[in-house]
Structure formats: C-alpha cells, structure tokens
Design a protein around this ligand. Structure first.
Ligand code: BG6
Ligand code: MG
Length: 226
C-alpha cells in the first residue's frame, strides 16, 4: 500500500497552460533565426531549462553562436514570454486543479511545486496560487535540470517526506523520467503516447478525485511488484 504524504506539481502544462506561451515565444525566436520546429519537436523542450531549450533549437537548425549571443536570445525570448504572463488571470488555471489542490489540503497531504522555470513564483502570484504551495523548487534553486531528479528530491526533502511517499504530476517526458529516477510515484498529465513511461497517465485534473487516483495507483504498484 502506498503511504502518500505529499504531491509535487510541475507548473507549465500541469497547473497552467503556459506551455503554449513557451512554444509561441520560442518559435518566434527560432523563425527569426531561420529555424522552424514542429509541435512534436516542441515536446523535447518541455521541462527543459531556458538555455538548454535554446541549445536544442539551435542544434535542430544547425546554427552555432557564442555564449553572449545565447544570453541575448534567451533574454529576448523571455521578454516575449513575460508579455503573455503579464496578461494571465486565474481563469487560466487548468480545469480541476483548484478542487484537486483543495482536496489535498483537506486530507493533510503536503503540496509542492517542482518546475524548471525561473518564472515560477511570478506566475503563481499572477494566478493567485502562491499560498497553496508549502515548497517551491524551481529553476532558480537547482543545478541539474530534468530529467535529473534534483528538483523533486529537494522538494521532498523540504516537505520532509520520502520520495516513495510523494506523487509527482508532470506533463513532460523528461519530468516523468526525473520523478521515476528519484523514486517517486510518477503521474503523467497529458497524452499516453508521450508519457507512457509514467506509473499512470491522466488527461487532466477535470473530475479527478485524489482517493480514486490513489486506489488506481495502489493497484498499479501491486501489479508492478507481482
Ligand atoms: C519548464 C518548461 O517548466 O520551464 C520549459 O516546461 C521551460 O519549456 C522551462 O523552458 C524554463 O522556463 P523559464 O520560465 O525559466 O524560461
Ligand atoms: Mg511542464
């Protein structure tokens, strides 16, 4: 039986649909450099740090540039991204997220954030969710990006729970790998085709009940062990 004491949520694409703003801003930058990329390639950018994302795009386009220019380009992309963020409202919190967070609170389950983003705190503040998180681990606090488990391991330790007592919710392929490698229970939020390596995949939090999810996970873990 699982003994879940905490849930750690990724931000972009799990709590809010900022993944679409990242895509639009990266694509605008890429196009200016004469590079294009598809939504399928965009999956590879999810969960990946700002600088690593740029390096991947440059690689796809076969473009080489120096460190200073990379900084200039990531700053430009971030400025465009922040224009979208500044207009966000609590209405952009993904369906079912607030009731799910509330149900965790009612059950005494601790709640943390585990994101690669350096914009996590301003985004949570903008959508009015900052106070829901007992721990916020983000791109300003980790050295190793996903798929390294550092962000989730640090989150567990700040929440004072063991990795095996924690469920991680992630929309990124690399985020699921990070959670699995960290020894947490990994729940994918999105499509089975991208997140099939998770312990379980949900399309979103709409009508998602913690107790039902826990029951499913308990069954899955039993069948994995047998
Ligand atoms: C992750 C996103 O949450 O944060 C990535 O999935 C993004 O797409 C990364 O590159 C870093 O975000 P930011 O806000 O620091 O540029
Ligand atoms: Mg994400």
């Amino acid at each position: 039986m699982l003994n879940i004491k905490a849930c750690i949520f990724d931000l972009d694409g799990v709590i809010v649909d900022t993944a679409k703003y990242h895509f639009v801003a990266w694509r605008r930058l890429a196009n200016e450099l004469g590079i294009d990329f598809t939504e399928r390639e965009n999956e590879k950018l999810k969960g990946v740090s700002r600088i690593k994302s740029l390096e991947l795009i440059l690689k796809w386009g076969g473009v080489e540039i120096d460190k200073n220019r990379k900084k200039e380009l990531t700053d430009r992309k971030n400025a465009w991204y922040l224009e979208h963020i500044a207009k966000m409202t609590p209405n952009e919190i993904l369906p079912g997220v607030i009731p799910f967070l509330k149900s965790l609170q009612e059950r005494g389950i601790k709640v943390g954030l585990g994101s690669a983003s350096k914009n996590a705190v301003p985004i949570l503040r903008q959508i009015g969710l900052l106070e829901h998180f007992g721990s916020i681990m983000d791109g300003t606090k980790v050295v190793n990006g996903k798929p390294h488990p550092e962000v989730f391991l640090k989150g567990c330790s700040e929440l004072n729970v063991l990795p095996a007592q924690c469920i991680v919710f992630e929309d990124a392929e690399k985020g699921i790998t990070a959670a699995l490698d960290g020894g947490m229970i990994a729940v994918g939020v999105g499509s089975e085709s991208v997140l099939g390596h998770a312990h379980f995949v949900i399309p979103d939090f709409k009508n998602m009940e913690f107790d039902v999810l826990l029951e499913i996970l308990n069954e899955k873990m039993l069948s994995i062990r047998n």
